[in-house]
Design a protein around this ligand. Structure first.
Ligand code: GLU
Length: 304
């Protein structure tokens, strides 16, 4: 396994077409695209890493998997009254589908869906408490209390987040937001601004590898059925309108973020985190996807 990650890191380092870093969030625009990290966490607790696997990055939309898990824990299937479970086929920040479907986002992994999930889990609490709950959960699943939020990234998103404000206002116009838009977006931007390295991120996915149990700590996080369902949502919706292409090339449940990270789950086998900040046209990590493609070719871990 160590040989495989070393080889992948070496090959990816040599790539010249590295994609384009997300520049609509000023703090992310400054990140060096020449970085690449990979970590594979096994249920035994072993972790195999290569490249810049210990460099922190902004997990961005990967956090949507964690906030959805928190929402399912708090309110169970009632969350599906607020958000759908279908692939969107649209960009991550698209407003078009919201209008057609009366303010109900297609799935929890597009921006509108994740904002609706935050609105649902706030349940009248202050943003600080909701955020603390999400961060606590992430620290618990990764078994790492050092995980923190990058306040600078959160403020940078807040300052430039006109599109997300539009999505939230549109949902509010359909009578679908229970809390003030400002408070909900405050939580949303902070959850997206959680910083993790590949090792931490790979570990955080272990509960989705073994039917809801993090075998490395022996803790049950969620039920087996819920783990299966979250994996299926990641497979269908985890890469926006590139989800079909990701399933075709990699064949694993995965969630990307515009920080360049991808969390992928090989059910029953491993949790994998890759990070390369340059994005493809759709907004998914260009070389992260390539690295996962290489990994499944070497290991046959595709679920298909
Ligand atoms: N915080 C980002 C946004 O709201 C998340 C997008 C992403 O990672 O795809 O635009």
């Amino acid at each position: 396994m160590q040989d495989i990650v070393n080889e992948i890191a070496e090959q990816i380092k040599a790539e010249t077409d590295r994609g384009k870093v997300a520049d609509y969030i000023p703090q992310l625009a400054a990140i060096d695209p020449n970085q690449f990290g990979i970590s594979i966490a096994l249920p035994t607790g072993e972790v195999f890493s290569a490249g810049d696997a210990k460099t922190l990055f902004s997990i961005q939309s990967i956090s949507k998997v964690f906030s959805l898990t928190v929402a399912l824990g708090k309110m169970g299937d009632a969350i599906w009254a607020n958000v759908g479970r279908e692939p969107s086929g649209d960009p991550f920040n698209s407003i078009i589908q919201l209008e057609h479907e009366h303010g109900i986002p297609r799935n929890p992994f597009i921006n509108a869906g994740a904002i609706a999930v935050v609105d649902a889990i706030m349940m009248g609490h202050e943003p600080k408490e909701t955020l603390a709950e999400i961060l606590r959960f992430v620290r618990f699943i990764a078994n790492d209390d050092t995980i923190a939020i990058d306040e600078k990234v959160a403020l940078s998103e807040l300052a430039t987040g006109h599109r997300n404000s539009s999505l939230a206002h549109f949902m509010a116009s359909c009578g679908r937001m229970k809390h003030s838009i400002e408070k909900v977006l405050g939580v949303y931007y902070h959850q997206c601004s959680i910083s993790m390295d590949c090792v931490q991120l790979a570990k955080s996915g272990l509960f989705l590898v073994s039917g809801g149990v993090n075998e490395s700590t022996g803790q049950r996080v969620i039920s087996e059925q819920r783990a299966r369902r979250i994996n299926s949502l990641m497979m269908m919706c985890g890469h926006y309108d590139g989800s079909g292409e990701f399933a075709y090339r990699v064949g694993l449940p995965g969630k990307s973020g515009v920080g360049g990270g991808i969390l992928a789950i090989a059910p029953g086998i491993a949790s994998i985190a890759v990070w390369s900040p340059g994005l493809d046209r759709i907004g998914n990590s260009k070389l992260g996807t390539k690295a996962l493609d290489m990994l499944v070719k070497r290991t046959s871990w595709s679920v298909f």
